[in-house]
Design a protein around this ligand. Structure first.
Ligand SMILES: O=C(O)CCC(=O)C(=O)O
Ligand SMILES: [Fe+2]
Length: 353
């Protein structure tokens, strides 16, 4: 079963192929042998020009964490993280604490679950009609992990890879702690500052399966968006497709075995009072016969009360650099999230003063 909420007119949903799609996801359509894609996946022609933008040979920064605990090396690494977060909002870390066998093994387990059974519901775009250009060429599952939730929060994940994913989320959280320390130091505040704001406590997990697309120039794997999180970790298999926007160009994020892509979300742009930037990214439709697999781990503040306010860190607000955003509660963030999983700089625009 697939949940689709595109907010689009019904006539686009009336194609017979769409019925197949709702039974067994995008992968089901591909398995049925289609050679042309149903209309609901076709990007309107006025938006297609953007799909053609060639990525230049520029690459997102890669940061090697192997010498992190050598006192002489740490300032250099902090500086790299600061620079990448300010100028790119996107970087790849290597030689970190997550073993690549564990990451690759969990992605392989998810891939084989998608290919073997359909016992879970895959979701697709849940974005408002003014943003939804078309349904994305992918099948995804997700889990919301809150400080108060139990193991049932993983019920939406196929049982064949659930245990592996839960373990991976635990180790990724330990790594996020390290990355947030580096980012805090880069801002010139206490290393534990983001952790103290509970930014490691609430997590959203998305596992994506991007099947082969017979007409990749007409569809998108995932619409251009910025993440609403504080930070996001992305893991991807060997199939390319992810692109990040930098200097008005789409730059291909080349998969590195064992690498984890870190990106700044809207909430960190706000907390850092615009020092760090959330960055648009997208996934082009997969033209390779191999499916593209990716996991997104989104880290968010865990205090949800109407009275728990977040906003630019007071340490970063000065008479010459006043607060650029108002304070907000996570309840307000959740309201926006419940309407859209996607969108570009939605929270940044919403809380801007
Ligand atoms: O599949 C990817 O590499 C990107 C996923 C992503 O950006 C997201 O889920 O927000
Ligand atoms: Fe994203």
């Amino acid at each position: 079963m697939v949940e689709v909420d595109t907010g689009m007119e019904c006539d686009r949903m009336e194609e017979p192929k769409v019925l197949d799609y709702s039974k067994n996801g995008v992968k089901g359509l591909v398995d049925s042998g289609i050679t042309s894609i149903p209309k609901i996946f076709i990007y309107p022609s006025e938006n297609l020009y953007d799909l053609k933008v060639a990525a230049s040979c520029v690459e997102i920064p890669t940061i090697d964490l192997s010498n992190l605990y050598l006192e002489s090396q740490r300032p250099k690494i902090v500086n790299q993280v600061k620079d990448a977060s300010e100028k790119w909002g996107f970087f790849q870390i290597i030689n970190h604490i997550l073993p690549k066998q564990v990451m690759n093994g969990t992605m392989a387990a998810f891939k084989s679950c998608r290919e073997q059974n359909n016992t879970v519901t895959y979701y697709n775009n849940q974005i408002p009609s003014n943003v939804a250009k078309a349904v994305n060429w992918k099948d995804s599952v997700r889990a919301f992990v809150e400080p108060w939730s139990g193991p049932e929060c993983y019920d939406g994940i196929p049982s064949g890879c659930r245990k592996e994913l839960m373990e991976l989320v635990d180790s990724a959280t330990r790594l996020a702690d390290i990355v947030m320390e580096l980012m805090s130091e880069g801002l010139g505040v206490e290393p534990g500052r983001l952790k103290e704001l509970t930014c490691l406590e609430s997590k959203k997990i998305r596992c994506h399966y991007y099947p082969y697309c017979p007409q990749p120039d007409l569809a998108m794997g995932l619409n251009p968006h910025t993440d609403k999180s504080v930070i996001t970790f992305l893991m991807q298999n060997h199939v390319t497709g992810l692109q990040a926007k930098h200097d008005q160009e789409w730059v291909e994020v080349k998969p590195k075995d064992g690498g984890i892509i870190v990106n700044v979300g809207d909430l960190l742009q706000i907390i850092s009072n615009d020092r760090y930037k959330s960055v648009q990214h997208r996934v082009v439709a997969n033209s390779s016969r191999d499916p593209r697999i990716s996991f997104g781990f989104f880290f968010n503040p865990g205090k949800n009360g109407e009275e728990d306010y977040y906003g630019p860190l007071p340490e970063l607000v000065t008479p010459t650099k006043p607060a650029l955003y108002r304070n907000y509660s996570m309840a307000e963030v959740r309201k926006v999230e419940s309407i859209s999983d996607s969108g570009i700089k939605e929270l940044v625009n919403l809380f801007k003063l």
